[in-house]
Design a protein around this ligand. Structure first.
Ligand code: HGY
Ligand code: MN
Ligand code: MN
Length: 424
């Protein structure tokens, strides 16, 4: 793609070099996992802390002033000569879901790293501070609350989260302290509006649009908000062989009816999606009628009104199922994020950089949530999506991108960062 090299002449480096390095580093980070046969890297596990240490080493080697902060974000600053300069954040997350792909979050962290390595190599100083941040916890796997890392930097960390418990009953505060972190310092991480000049994030699309349209990158127009709930259904346990079907209050059967209702209701509108990602019968056994069933609900849409209408319909159906089956159903909302429009100014900055790279700018919404959402209202945010292979699959070991696309994204992002920095 000749245009890309021309567009980036000012920054040099042979074509493909950024992408090759990004893929190599992603492979190295994937070696740390909580499971032997795949990639799981959840908040403050041994694997998670090893990944943080490695990213910090790479940032230090790139000449960044680096620290692991009070929530285990890895923060590297490529400083401007003027200490009072404003700051541009280029970031994403390094934690993963269970049995994850190698690029969700990490592509954005490594792209930011490769950009500053390059600026350093060129001795190219910027009129703004460039903060590369690897957020420690975006997925919400261990403590059922997403964006812990970016919440802290955006000043949106609710201290009550520290009492959240993981599956083993460990509180977030205790796990942080065991990792040598001081929860009391979390408020000091919050950035002030006046010190920021913007937030940019590169992320895999986690969908099929760019793949189907033959585009390596796209510009995110808006990021869908979600409502996450945990549902507990209590019925009556009993002997699988002796309780007639007409006398049962089977918690798992009630849960199954709810799952199918969520699927039916969320199929009614194009951008509406509903997922029961966890479905668990505690102390279940083949010959016991489930007396209890625990499940999670995740409902999202391109606009909050459509999502909220679905959430209230699901709540009404929960009451109907409970009455019909003689079970009790408790649904507890654990997280709600509003849909976030990306900054038109930064979207056109990215679109211009994409066009200069000889690629048709394509704006598209994100069904997935991202750390960028936490900075809405604090500074302008924008995201650059990178094409996923294998039909766009993500949150799966089959997640895949190409080094060529990663290289294009890095060059486009570098172009955008340089132009944005000049406007500071
Ligand atoms: O769930 C999400 O949308 C993101 O992957 N955390
Ligand atoms: Mn994810
Ligand atoms: Mn992600």
């Amino acid at each position: 793609m000749g245009m890309v090299t021309q567009a980036m002449d000012g920054v040099g480096s042979e074509p493909g070099a950024f992408g090759k390095r990004i893929m190599e580093l992603a492979e190295r980070l994937a070696q740390w996992s909580e499971i032997p046969d795949g990639l799981t890297c959840t908040y403050l596990s041994h694997a998670h802390r090893s990944v943080a240490a490695e990213i910090r080493n790479w940032m230090r080697q790139a000449g960044l002033v680096t620290e692991i902060d009070a929530v285990a974000n890895v923060v590297g600053r490529y400083a401007a000569s003027d200490p009072a300069a404003r700051t541009l954040i280029v970031a994403s997350h390094y934690d993963t879901v269970r049995n994850a792909g190698k690029y969700d979050g990490r592509l954005g962290v490594l792209t930011a790293l490769v950009l500053v390595e390059h600026l350093k190599r060129l001795g190219r100083e910027l009129p703004v501070h460039l903060d590369v941040i690897a957020f420690s916890e975006e997925e919400g796997v261990r403590f059922s609350s997403s964006f812990l890392g970016s919440r802290a930097v955006a000043g949106r960390f609710d201290g009550k989260l520290l009492e959240r418990q993981d599956a083993d009953g460990h509180t977030l505060a205790a796990v942080m302290r065991d990792a040598g972190l001081d929860p009391a310092r979390i408020p000091t991480l919050a950035r002030r509006r006046e010190e920021l000049m913007g937030y940019l994030e590169v992320h895999i699309e986690q969908g099929p649009v760019l793949l189907e349209e033959g585009l390596p990158v796209g510009i995110v127009s808006a990021i869908a908000g979600s409502v996450r709930s945990s549902v507990t259904i209590t019925g009556t346990a009993g002997h699988a062989g002796t309780v007639p079907m007409t006398r049962r209050h089977d918690a798992a059967a009630a849960a199954a009816e709810l799952v199918l209702y969520v699927e039916r209701r969320c199929a009614q509108e194009p951008t509406l999606v509903g997922t029961v990602g966890q479905f668990f019968v505690p102390n279940g056994a083949t010959n016991i009628i489930p007396g209890r069933c625990e499940l999670t609900l995740d409902i999202r849409a391109g606009d909050d009104a459509a999502r909220d209408a679905a959430v209230s319909d699901v709540a009404a159906e929960i009451a109907r199922i409970a009455a019909r089956r003689g079970v009790s159903i408790e649904s507890r909302e654990v997280q709600r994020t509003a849909t976030v429009p990306c900054s038109p100014r930064l979207q056109s900055l990215l679109a211009d950089a994409v066009a200069r790279a000889g690629i048709t700018p394509r704006h598209l919404p994100s069904g997935a949530g991202h750390d960028a959402m936490m900075f809405d209202g604090l500074t302008d945010v924008a995201m650059l999506f990178v094409r996923c292979g294998n039909g766009g699959v993500s949150h799966s070991p089959r997640e895949i991108i190409t080094a060529e696309d990663a290289d294009i994204a890095a060059r486009v992002m570098l172009d955008a960062v340089l132009r944005l920095a000049e406007t500071s």
